[in-house]
Design a protein around this ligand. Structure first.
Ligand SMILES: NC(=O)c1ccc[n+]([C@@H]2O[C@H](COP(=O)([O-])OP(=O)(O)OC[C@H]3O[C@@H](n4cnc5c(N)ncnc54)[C@H](OP(=O)(O)O)[C@@H]3O)[C@@H](O)[C@H]2O)c1
Length: 265
């Protein structure tokens, strides 16, 4: 199977690297296009994929097109491909671009709309995707293989994609902020800055790994480490008093609502 990537930026690069690492296909089966020759050269040097500056040329040699351009460039990128997308599988990772709008810009294409996140760059993304009703089970298997090469994949209904954007799409930024705050707490209590940051990062990785490894609900794991009148209880009381739990919940809802606004709902 041949894949064309429209866009050669951060996400295209991460997905292509993931696909090659997972041997989804050979580098010679991928062709990437974007207007900037320098970006294409960097991509080719790093991955050995084929590159061209014409989207139409890229699409002509592929049966799957992965759309990795910024939201404002979608109309131009798909317009440049013209009728070259007819009968092909179009997988879009563009935030806020709905399946209906993609189908009107790429008539005759079968469309899968996906929302990965920035952890694609380290092969640990959480990606959710949704299909239009012309997508076949083979198409879905293609999308699963592409996105499982950069992390975990979940099929959802399109109406759930705003919530996905608010949670896992924007979520890495919430966790960065949390790590920064934890590390500042360590510094406030006298730890050197680097040690505080390393401890905060490892604590977040370790806690997430504990949930994956045990399949326990986080509340159960939290209770297991909270002794009566102990240090963790003292910390948790402060978090609850500051409204941290509801702050995270409201952050997801606010980002989800904003995703809806940006996609014209
Ligand atoms: N970054 C994330 O964590 C993340 C997560 C989920 C979804 N997304 C979505 O992924 C998409 C790409 O994000 P990114 O971070 O990879 O952006 P990026 O690094 O800016 O890459 C965008 C690429 O699109 C190219 N491009 C512009 N116009 C084009 C056209 N007409 N035809 C073909 N290529 C064109 C750009 O080339 P030039 O530089 O020459 O303009 C650039 O190579 C966005 O829609 C975003 O919503 C991103």
């Amino acid at each position: 199977m041949k894949y064309a990537f429209f866009g050669a930026g951060k996400m295209a690069f991460a997905i292509i690297q993931g696909m090659l690492r997972a041997k989804v296909c050979a580098a010679s089966d991928i062709i990437a296009s974007c207007p900037e020759p320098e970006l294409l050269e960097n991509l080719r040097d790093a991955t050995s994929v084929n590159v061209v500056t014409s989207n139409a040329e890229a699409a002509s040699s592929a049966s799957v097109v992965v759309l990795c351009v910024k939201p404002n460039d979608v109309g131009t990128a798909l317009g440049e491909a013209g009728s070259g997308l007819e009968g092909k599988l179009l997988i879009s990772i563009v935030a806020g671009q709905k399946i209906g709008s993609l189908k009107s810009l790429a008539p005759g294409a079968r469309v899968i709309r996906a929302m990965p996140n920035t952890a694609a760059m380290v092969g640990r993304a959480a990606t959710a995707y949704s299909c239009d009703d012309t997508v076949t089970s083979d198409d879905e298997a293609v999308a699963e293989s592409v996105f499982s090469s950069i992390g975990e994949v979940y099929a959802v209904e399109e109406k759930q994609l705003n919530a996905v954007t608010g949670l896992s799409g924007s979520g890495p930024a919430y966790v960065y902020l949390m790590i920064e705050a934890l590390s500042d707490g360590g510094v406030a209590c006298g730890l050197p800055r680097k040690l505080a940051l390393d401890l905060a990062v490892q604590t977040v990785i370790g806690a997430a790994e504990m949930i994956c490894a045990t399949s326990e609900h986080p509340a159960v794991l939290r209770e297991m480490v909270t002794s009566p009148a102990g240090t963790t209880m003292a910390g948790l009381r402060e978090l609850e008093a500051c409204g941290v739990r509801s702050a995270f919940t409201e952050a997801v809802c606010a980002a989800s609502n904003r995703a809806g606004e940006l996609s014209g709902e």
